[in-house]
Design a protein around this ligand. Structure first.
Ligand code: ATP
Length: 465
């Protein structure tokens, strides 16, 4: 299947089965924003739970955090987000490569003054479009130039701070961790090294959002920052890389579709940087960055805030600005990787079916309960009883009595439900040996086995751990 077809099928399934909707769809949509529907929010929350478990509960020296989205305007100056990105950029519509329009104009001898407005630059750009081609693919089809700052501005507090600096939405979630580093040190008294983990929203004015959830303007990041002693980075960095790799495997992702990629060009303060990439239908691309960042982030915040951010190690009698090892993962990208990895078309019972082979702990619905026939009150009554009891123990249980059993199986396969439980006349005792047993059908193999009702909850729990 061509890559684009696979992606289109996944996008269509995500919509059809309530995983992901285009944001503001009834108004024609808002580019780069998506909503997670009833099935999607469950899958998303399950990924988050798994991440939180791996990065907070399974560790002894990591603390969880949920910082406010709005931050002091100086934060984005300290981080380099303000001031660094105000270039007139245009993007190639064919390959998405971005060019600096002022530079390209200069290359062909057209001077674009840096004080020119976006409109004036675009006037020059339009007059010279036939002379500027994309250095990557050679096409001459560009978006208009935009004075480009990735940060999204808000007008929070405008009524009080006349002419003051704008308050931005977070361009990355990790800044909240740096801002609360001192609070955590003061209130939790952590020993070195210690980590902070946070899942938070980020907003970026991406010039061309694309590839469904891959590049959006509103997204979530799951970040960890490990605060370490200066120069104690090497071993810890390798351990983090391995740990993060293993987490992807724990999601059930095919290891062959994952790879590490080292950054070739490091920013001046960084010691090392690797991405974990997943092979999407369009090819390998970044889902997470792992960065060895030295003391740059806290030094910047110490400089801009005037607060003393040194760690006071009383045992060793030392004060120092900790170095940071960071992991930063895009939740939407991992959600998309999980969907792509789980999506399969195979043959079952002589039919082609679409199935999401989601790991049971990630599946939005853990089991669906069916009465064999919906017009037999005694079957429905027994099935409702089993459904209600199971739901008390495992909330993600679904009732379905719509259409024939085959259709119900197909619907559950499409949303990745690992088990379907059918209540039939044997359950009621038509065959005394089978009384109070049900049929449990396995999503991946299609195999059906009988199981006592009393064992169902324990069986399901053992599978979704
Ligand atoms: P890219 O090079 O793809 O733009 P990046 O290197 O700018 O990504 P980081 O700033 O390191 O990304 O952000 C960390 C993670 O956040 C990325 O690995 C990615 O998973 C996610 N992310 C970044 N930008 C977006 C976006 N526009 N939409 C969805 N996820 C994103």
């Amino acid at each position: 299947m061509a890559a684009q077809d696979v992606m289109e099928k996944i996008v269509s399934l995500a919509k059809r089965r309530g995983f992901v909707y285009q944001g503001s769809e009834i108004y024609g949509g808002l580019a780069g924003v998506y909503d997670f529907g009833p099935r999607g929010v469950e899958l998303l929350n399950n990924i988050k739970k798994s991440w939180w478990k791996a990065n907070v509960y399974d560790k002894e020296n990591y603390y969880g955090l949920d910082s406010g989205m709005f931050k002091h305007p100086k934060v984005w100056e300290a981080s380099g987000h303000v001031g660094g990105f105000a270039d007139p950029l245009a993007e190639c519509r064919n390959c998405q490569h971005r060019i600096r329009v002022d530079k390209e104009l200069a290359n062909i001898g057209v001077a674009a003054d840096e004080k020119m407005s976006e409109e004036q630059i675009n006037e020059l750009f339009d007059q010279n479009r036939d002379k500027i081609k994309c250095p990557v693919c050679g096409k001459k089809d560009f978006t208009p130039a935009m004075a480009f700052n990735l940060l999204v501005k808000s007008n929070l507090g405008d009524f009080t701070s006349e002419g003051g600096e704008p308050v931005y939405l977070p361009g990355e979630a990790c800044q909240g961790i740096y801002l609360d580093y001192k609070n955590i040190v003061d209130t939790m008294q952590p020993k070195m090294p210690f980590g902070v983990a946070q899942i938070g929203k980020a907003f970026r004015n991406e010039i061309s959002p694309r590839n469904f959830l891959f590049r959006t303007r509103e997204f979530e990041q799951a970040d960890t920052q490990l605060f370490i002693r200066p120069n104690e980075n090497k071993e810890a960095y390798e351990a983090i890389k391995q740990d993060r790799w293993n987490w992807y495997l724990s999601l059930g992702i095919n290891e062959k579709k994952l790879r590490f990629k080292q950054h070739e060009n490091l920013v001046f303060y960084a010691k090392d940087a690797w991405d974990i990439e997943y092979e999407f239908p369009s090819g390998f691309d970044e889902v997470e960055g792992i960065h060895d960042r030295t003391d740059y982030d806290l030094s910047q915040h110490q400089k801009f805030s005037g607060s003393d951010l040194r760690y006071n190690d009383q045992e060793k009698g030392e004060k120092f600005i900790p170095w940071i090892l960071e992991t930063s993962m895009g939740m939407g990208r991992v959600f998309l990787a999980v969907l792509c990895d789980a999506y399969q078309e195979d043959e079952m019972d002589g039919e082609t079916r679409v199935v999401l082979r989601l790991a049971p702990h990630l599946a939005p619905i853990k089991a669906a309960v069916f009465p064999l026939l919906k017009n037999k009150p005694e079957l429905v009554e027994k099935a409702r009883e089993i459904y209600t009891n199971l739901k008390k123990e495992i909330p993600q249980i679904m009732w379905d009595d719509n259409g024939n059993i085959g259709k119900r199986y197909r619907r559950q396969d499409e949303i990745g439900t690992p088990y379907c439980i059918t209540i039939d006349f044997d359950t009621l005792g038509e065959n005394p040996e089978q009384k109070d047993t049900v049929t449990v059908r396995d999503r991946d193999t299609g195999e059906q086995s009988r199981m006592p009702v009393s064992e169902l909850a324990a069986f399901l729990k053992s599978k979704i751990q």
